[in-house]
Design a protein. Structure first.
Length: 389
């Protein structure tokens, strides 16, 4: 197991994605661990964390390419993404678990900061291309299927309307962003549909042979393994409706991290908050201090993380089997997201005697699994826009 694969990356990948003249479509997935973004000229990801810059810290020192500074319309300065993560001490508790990982986070100013940063990053010009002034913004995002109706209004309140803020990325100068998102220009999908469309559509937003087979013949269970939750649903070729919507809030990567840091504290006495754990995934080691001997050493936690990863997979899938009748009558299990990728081989082995196809979402692309959902969002939007032409 590669510990580094568990770390939420900061990356910006210039890449030509399918688009439609006259529009600038954007797919946004503000997950509990990472913000994933799709645009006509790039895909990108950065950690889902931001904090107001503390007094006494210089506004701009030497900045890395992945460093992001956001300034809201009142002049408040925020560190965003990896830059904010790196400012955390191991046991920093200023940002509580309830605030960071709550289903009701849409009212938190941090969420607005992350959302506006993602939209701005999607509008950056690069060597692939640039948004024209006349291009109309179209945005697609999503919510867990179980909360799709209940949580749509607070998410719309953040994404719709007038936006004005400043952003600085790396050593680039500050840029001011001002734009309007109308109600009709925002689509909010049920989250598992992102995995469904990512499985069925190619990079040109056309149906693949696999997609046609799924659409016409198969009973498919989607398992979206994110950081905060595991979300499941059934999509049947008979009805093409999203049914059997389930969310397992204590069954995803956050719980793996929680158990891992609890064991680290019990065994080594090193206290690490869950939201501060990301920085240690770079090396897979944590500092252990012997205060009496005045000695400090680095200790690997790979075995602890691997044990909890495997154990939580067993627990979560046992719960999913209860929800989906042991997958009797299921033809295919589509596995999406970062937690899904960590469990994929274990899932194939678990169901090898059940006659179920277990596949990863996005089979027609080589991007990381963390982009599965946002890729599906974007391809759905592109397909919809293509039909309007």
């Amino acid at each position: 197991m590669n510990i580094y694969d568990f770390k939420t990356k900061s990356e910006y990948i210039p890449r030509k994605n399918v688009s439609v003249d006259g529009y600038w479509p954007i797919g946004i997935d503000v997950g509990y661990s990472g913000v994933k973004v799709y645009a006509p000229n790039a895909v990108l990801c950065f950690p889902s964390f931001a904090r107001v810059r503390r007094e006494g810290i210089a506004e701009v020192g030497k900045m890395k390419n992945s460093d992001i500074l956001y300034r809201d319309d009142k002049g408040v300065l925020w560190d965003v993404g990896e830059m904010a993560n790196n400012s955390l001490s191991p046991n920093d508790v200023d940002d509580s678990m309830n605030t960071l990982y709550s289903r009701y986070r849409y009212h938190n100013p941090m969420f607005k900061t992350l959302a506006e940063t993602s939209m701005a990053m999607a509008m950056r010009a690069n060597k692939i291309g640039a948004k024209k002034e006349e291009d109309k913004l179209k945005i697609v995002s999503g919510l867990p299927a179980k909360y799709h109706i209940a949580d749509a209004a607070p998410l719309r309140n953040v994404l719709e309307g007038h936006h004005r803020f400043d952003l600085k990325i790396g050593s680039n100068p500050w840029e001011t962003y001002e734009f309007e998102i109308e109600k009709e220009d925002l689509v909010i999908l049920q989250q598992p549909l992102g995995a469904y469309y990512s499985t069925c559509l190619n990079n040109n937003a056309d149906m693949t042979a696999l997609g046609n087979r799924i659409y016409r013949k198969l009973e498919v269970v989607i398992m979206d393994g994110g950081f905060g939750t595991i979300d499941g649903c059934l999509i049947s070729a008979k009805t093409h409706k999203v049914t059997n919507k389930e969310t397992f809030p204590a069954g995803a990567m956050k719980e793996i991290f929680r158990r891992t840091v609890a064991d680290i504290q019990d065994i080594y006495g090193t206290e690490i908050a869950v939201h501060a754990f990301q920085r240690y995934l770079q090396t897979g080691k944590i500092p252990v201090v012997d205060r009496v001997a005045r000695r400090k050493k680095e200790v690997s936690f790979a075995d602890i993380l691997e044990r909890h990863t495997r154990q939580l997979c067993i627990e979560t899938m046992t719960r999913m089997e209860l929800a989906y009748d042991s997958f009797i009558g299921t033809d295919m299990l589509v596995v999406a997201g970062g937690t899904g990728a960590a469990w994929y081989e274990q899932l194939k082995d678990r169901y090898k005697e059940m006659g179920i196809e277990v596949i990863q979402s996005s089979p027609s692309d080589n991007l990381s699994s963390v982009y599965d959902i946002v890729r599906g969002y974007y391809l759905f939007l592109a397909s919809m826009l293509k039909r309007t032409k």
